[in-house]
Each structure stands twice: as C-alpha cells, then as structure tokens.
Ligand binder design. Sequence first.
Ligand code: SF4
Length: 479
Amino acid sequence: MLKAKKAGFCFGVKRAIDMAEKAVVNGKTKSLGSLIHNQQVVDYLKSKGIEPADSLEEITDGEQLVIRSHGVPPEIYRESQKRNIKLIDATCPYVQKTQGLAAALSKDNYVIVVGDKDHPEVKGILGWAGQGSKAINTLDEAKELPYLPSIAVLAQTTQHQGTFSSIVEELKKHTDNLIVHNTICKATEERQAAAQALAEEVDVMIVAGGRSSSNTRKLAAICSQITPTYLIETAAEIQKIWFKDANCIGLTAGASTPDWIIEEVYTKMSEILENANEVVVEETSEVKKMDETNIMDSFEDELPSIYGGAIVKGTVVKITDEEVFLDIGWKSEGIIPREELDATSVLNLDEPVKIGDEISAMVTRVENKEGYTVLSRKKVAEQEARERLAELAESKEEIQAKVTGVTKGGLLVELGMRGFIPASQIETRYVEDLNKYLGETLRLRVIEYDPGQKKLILSQKAILMEELEKKREQLLENL
Ligand code: SF4
C-alpha cells in the first residue's frame, strides 16, 4: 500500500482552523459557511463551539466571524465593519493574492476566472473583480466567448493545470491582449501531481475527503482516468471487494482532509490487505489476466469521471427482478441491485422507479465482473437523509414516521438511519403496551442526533407537551 507524497491538509486550511480555534477562546465564534468542506471536521469544530452561518444575517452584532480560506467579496468586509462584527480573516494568502490581482486587473481588462462559478472562492474573486468579469469552467464555455479587446485570466486555486492551459489557449483566439496569471495553488498542483503519479503505479486508488470538497473530487476525477478509484469520507465506507484483484493500492487525500481521517483509512486498508493476502496469492492468475488485458487502457478522456463514491445521474433503461439498469453516459450501463434501491420515507423517495426516470445514485463499484458499474440509490438517499436529519435536529420541525419495530425500551422508525423513540417519549402519560404502535404513524421531533455514533432519538411527547402548554396558556388568557 502506498501513500501519495503530498496529501491532506494544505497550509491555508490548517491556518484557518488554527485561527478559528484560537478565536473561540475569546468568545462566541461563527464561520461564514463551513470552515472546511469536510463534515467530520465541521462536526469537530461545532463541538468546540465554532458554528457555521449561511449569511451575515445569522451573525449578531459584536460576535466574532471567521472568514474561511476561500475568502469573500469586499461587501462582506464593509457590512461587518458597519455592524461591529469582529472579523478573523483566515482567507488563504494565496487566495488574497488572486483577489488583489482581480481588483487591479479589472480596471483595464475583462477578467476571466477559470473555475466553478458557484464555488465560494470564485464568487469572492469575482466580487473583487466587479462587473466586467466572468467565471468559466470548460473549454466549451471559453469557445462561446465573444471577441474582447483585453482579457486577464486567473484560476481558481484548485483548478486542474490541464484545464487551465487549454482554456488559456482558447482565449488567445478571443482577444489581441491576453494577460495570464496562473493562480493555481502549489499545494493543489503538488497534490494532483502526486495523486496522478501514484495512480499510475497502483491497481486501485482510494481518495479520502469530503464529497463536497472541490479539490478532493478533482483528485478522484484525475485518478479515475488512470485506475479504478474510490472516494470515501471515512474509513467505515471501505469495502474489501474493491481490492479483490489489486496487487497494490494507493491512498491520497484532499486538502481539507485531516490527518486523523487519513490515519484511520490507512489503518483500515492495512487490516484489509493483511487479511486479503491469501486471496491475492490464490488468484494470481486473475490478477495477471487483468495486467495482460490492461483494462484501464480502454478509458477514454472524454468519458465522465466514474469513481467509487461519485454521485452520478442516469436514466432508467431496464428493470428486472434483481436490478435496475441505468444509462449513465459511460462506457457501460450502471446497475442498482434491488436491495440498494430502497430510499427513505423522510425524503419521500420511496416511490417505485419507472423506465425513463432520471435518478441519482452513488458508485459503489467501478466495474463488476460483467463490466457494469454498480450503483446504490440507497446511499444517496442516506447521505441526503443525514443532511436533512441534521437540519431537523437544528430546526426542531415536526415530521411523521411509521413505527417499524418495537423493542423493550421503545419504538423504532426508519428515517434514512434507524431512529429510536424511548417509551418515555411516546405519550404524555406512561405507556404499557408498546406493540399497539407497530405500523402506526407518529408525529415526531428529533431530540438527539449524532451521525458519528449512529444515534437518532425522537420524541412525540415533546410535541404533545408543547401543545398542552399552549392550550393551558390560552385557557389562562381567556379566564
Ligand atoms: S489549496 Fe492552496 S490556496 Fe487553497 S487554502 Fe490551501 S494553500 Fe490556500
């Protein structure tokens, strides 16, 4: 098993987390957006009292606000100053440099930022560039640009070098004056180069990091063009079957992946490999066959990135008793085994699928023996359910769920993960016979949710008590 030479936390992300941890000692601290695109680290920071806020409206005047490494547009600084919000500016110095260039170059040039227009870093840079600026992310978008007298081109710091270079070449055809500033961060380049080099050496690549992290997804996309690749957020997602035919496995991690997750993944992979040694010896001939046919040579550049953990969209083209077949626009169809089709009632995704439906699913195996990409709709639903449950735990909004099981101490419901309603939280009075609730739909509120511990506790009593209290208050008012 080999680890990429450069992987994990970059300087900018590490600096932002250090600054936030120091700030929280002095008082209530929020970050504008998640400080880092990694759910496990966000949960850790929350436990320390550093909460993400979606906008300045959620910040109370006088509170501390951390600007994350992605940076923000200038109006955030102006508004914060007006409202006496204490800013802890953790914008990465490399991003600050790009923002400064955008502001200066926009005076005489149309500014193009090669990057994702919806990414906060790009939004921030465009804010500094002002009106005469635009983000483009693909060669096709560059081809659609009109002639412009003067263009200055910058890059999102996590942009892939190859994409940036090809867009720069295209831009030369759209202006007589092109100013190029390659603002791709070295940390990103180094991680991408190290991941690519490692992917060329190994049979399977594991990329550890948040699925919402742009740089992690790019690492997975780069590796998936070379060898079967799986993107995982935690060690618990690793499946032995991925390594069945592998002699050598590579591990890399996004710039927002902390060392402790990399270590956990490394340890889990080592354990799997130790136990898999006999299997590999037995199956040497099959491994050799894979080398001879050089399966991965058939990967073509224009194919979409398919890697374990990637979320793909596809159209249902065939349904059998065992599987649902999806056209995912790749060299082979995707299949969702029946047991991976179930969705969750909390998301209202439990309607049956029909031919022609467009659905999202997560890649769980890049290619099975028959050459199909194995997908799971259930995993996407579970991921969305986790996000929804976190919202419900925060908002205390009422939901409804059917009781699917009864235990000694309470009731069970399925909400993308198993939820537990303690007997003491069902009614306002003591309940003797729990069995009568089986199959019943209850009105519920999330009272405790810890995805790490797989803990979801709900209460109907909380809602009933609140209603009783309201009635009591109304009665008192009318007396
Ligand atoms: S990837 Fe580079 S630019 Fe982005 S935060 Fe890290 S060091 Fe800064």
